[in-house]
Design a protein around this ligand. Sequence first.
Ligand code: PLP
Length: 472
Amino acid sequence: MQKTRPILAWEMLLDLEAEGTDARPPLRDRVENALRRAIEDGRLVTGSAVPPSRTLAETLGVSRWVVTEAYGQLVAEGVLEARTGSATRVAERQEVPKATRGNDHPRPRDPAPAPPIRYDLRPGIPDLRATPRSRWAAALRAGLADLPDRELAAAHPFGYAPSRAAVAAYLSRSRHADADPDRVTITHGATDGMDILTRELHGRGHRALLVEDPSWPRLRAVAEDNGLRPIRVPVDDDGIDIEVLAALATRTGARAALVTPAHQFPLGAALAPSRREQLVRWAREHAGLVIEDDYDAEFRYDRRPVPALQRLAPDHVALIGSLSKSVSPSLGLGWMLLPPDLAPPPSAAPPSLIDQAALAEFITRGDLERHLRSSRTRFRRRRQRLLDALTIELPELAVTGIAAGMHLVLTLPSHVPASAVVGAGASEGLALTSLRRYTDTADRPDALVLGYGNLDDALVEEAIAHLAALVR
Ligand SMILES: Cc1ncc(COP(=O)(O)O)c(C=O)c1O
């Protein structure tokens, strides 16, 4: 249950002018109507405490009597609720009698609530139950306490220096990247990084971007919004096909490619060593840029860690990373590590300095790596349970992409369309995703991308039993 606390609405701006400037209606009515309007508009929500009459009278420059009279009328109508020993509050009611003057401001409607998810098999969501709340809160407190006063109003064009240094150290330590803090920019996440980067590329004359097929649509969409047409390159068990990539680049003039070399999203292959070499060679020979989306490289189980591609060609690879999948999407923090000659203008809306200070703390205290280690152990265990359940319930179906990450791919029988299974699952609280979401290519067999990052351990077998029933 969400805890609700009353809002103390003591800094309340009521526009008495909007309620009429002449001698009529009287001031008392204007205060009363302005209060009604604030409630109707949702500026004053149910349960919020209105200011003490003396405070509101001072704010509005009216006598206290005017305010007590207005409050009295609204209490009499049941719009406000007065309780002895406690502040007067906005009462719970269905309809507020209309204010007598002024425009109506319809409130935007909230979208219809989605049906509740019981079995969360969405890819890309980390374990929400394991969000390191207290460690992040400690990092936030320490980061804020240590922020020198002079930094609070200083310009931090590419991010707060200690955060850039912490990210650079983390990337060289854990991803073997060639990371210099001067080339690190702190972002709101991979999508933000992609936005900044593709704007810059467009400014430099790029009009196309080679992308993996299938791939995560959001990053493609950002590039497209910035004027870079996506050119789809097929992916197989060794990752993106570099020969096709090179041929398409020649045909379209594309000089930039977005790839997921550590763990192809969503099929799960690691880019084969020979293809890594081929890809950076292509970039060097064509003054090209490879954008390395390093999205869940930290979670690998049956294979050795794959170092960042960026290490092979720091002048031709831009690495984008994020805490969204490794820690929590709610943090809205990430980074970019750019080649030296690629310096986009600073972001107009960078992440909050205090959040950046927390990020620096979180990394330097070892909390990020501690969290990654414990997540890896938990995901490995959960993945095994999921595989065991699939072997029991759906032994005839192929499961691929299991060596790393937080999802796997389950190929469906040819007579079972993924869209039907996804639709039927939704009505039973089973959140499923079709591989078709990530590709327009029709010749791949129908499959489901099953995420297990946020699947409740206690429900793994139950979830798969439900899924098996839907497939049959
Ligand atoms: C392939 C891929 N890259 C990156 C991200 C992270 O994006 P962001 O940091 O903008 O949340 C995701 C999140 O789902 C993803 O699926």
